[in-house]
Design a protein. Structure first.
Length: 373
């Protein structure tokens, strides 16, 4: 049994500086005024203890790209890299690729969870069932229609959570309903959906929006588009990349006025450059340059990001004017809720996973715990 003491703690009920978090095994056993007798005391040195960050869109890190090497070893490197930035739970993410790569990625995530690789909560399959007109950096040659083989692949994960990004106007409503019935969390992204088409997908059980504003039909005066549906639908949790490159901070501040902060989550869309000193990498044969904190192809197209979750939290405060508690909610509780883990992850509360991050006064990560370790 461990007792974390002497810290400013963001508990489920709010800030406390007079409590201790008791960890037993992989779970938080209790929040108490004083450590129980016999507990190992861990002094937090006055640091800020938060629920660990959950990133549902992680393409790579530490020099590894999940698409290039969908293996347990690759997942372990990516997870260890992002843990240094406070991410205690993540979904390794595949962008549009052949079904054989999707199946290999699913197999690797299953094996990683079975092997106990810390922090792996499931998989995010972003494509290939997208709208080629909104492909962004995704390869047009990889984008395809959803068929029976695709449905079988998307529902193949045996352990953890599956998040699928698709273009709702390119997929039959019955297929969205089938995915939802199988436990898949469906999100809209790389989409040209009309407001009507997006709302129909929401009615079918779609619950997420992948990188709001990027690669989707915009908000218009007479056609609200996918962006309008995202901001007008309380059912949808919208991922946002707060790096100053993907979306104007002013645009994000406006979006935050449209629905509660719980309707938004911070994501990184991180590429192999995070946690690496590489200034370039290859993405499906295309050269991507890392410069001024952004990842771009030679033609200037954004290709994921060079963002980590601790930086995303800091940016949400400095760029969007959020307080730390709200920024952390968007980095922990919101993504946990989207992927169906609200009862076990994303908060510091008795019974929840002991997934925690300790920050210093500058918002830099001092330590993390995953499953109490």
């Amino acid at each position: 049994m461990k007792a974390l003491v002497n810290g400013r703690m963001l508990l489920a009920e709010g800030w406390r500086d007079d409590a201790c978090v008791v960890i037993e095994g992989e779970r938080i056993a209790a929040i108490l005024p004083e450590p129980p007798a016999g507990a190992e005391r861990i002094d937090l040195g006055g640091g800020t203890l938060l629920p660990g960050f959950i990133d549902v869109q992680v393409n790579g890190g530490g020099g590894r790209l999940f698409n290039d090497d969908p293996s347990v070893e690759s997942i372990q490197v990516i997870a260890e890299t992002h843990r240094r930035y406070g991410t205690t739970g993540l979904l390794p993410t595949l962008i549009s690729d052949d079904l054989s790569v999707v199946e290999a990625g699913i197999h690797a995530v299953d094996a990683a969870i079975d092997a106990g690789v810390p922090g792996v909560l499931g998989i995010h399959i972003e494509g290939p069932f997208l709208n080629v007109d909104r492909k962004g950096i995704h390869s047009a040659e990889k984008i395809r229609a959803l068929d029976e083989d695709g449905l079988a692949a998307l529902t193949g994960l045996k352990r953890g959570r599956t998040l699928v990004t698709l273009a709702p106007e390119c997929v039959a409503i019955a297929d969205i309903e089938q995915l939802v019935a199988a436990g898949v969390v469906v999100a809209a992204g790389h989409t040209n959906a009309s407001h009507v088409q997006a709302k129909a997908a929401v009615a079918a059980g779609m619950r997420g929006v992948t990188h709001l504003f990027n690669a989707m039909s915009p908000l218009g005066s007479r056609e609200p588009g996918m962006v309008g549906a995202a901001l007008d639908s309380p059912e949808l949790t919208c991922g946002v990349i707060v790096d100053g490159h993907h979306v104007s901070p002013a645009t994000l501040r406006l979006a935050l006025r449209c629905k509660p902060s719980s309707g938004f989550m911070l994501v990184t869309d991180a590429m192999p450059s995070v946690g690496s000193d590489a200034s370039a990498f290859l993405l499906q044969g295309r050269r991507i340059i890392v410069k001024d904190g952004a990842c771009r192809s030679d033609d200037g197209t954004l290709a994921g990001s060079h963002l980590d979750m601790a930086a995303a939290v800091r940016n949400a405060m400095s760029m969007l004017g959020l307080d730390l508690a709200t920024a952390v909610e968007m980095a922990s509780a919101s993504p946990a809720a989207l992927i169906g883990l609200a009862e076990t992850h994303g908060r510091i509360a008795a019974g929840h996973a002991a997934d925690l991050v300790l920050l210093d006064d500058a918002g830099k990560v001092i330590a993390t715990w995953i499953g109490g370790r």
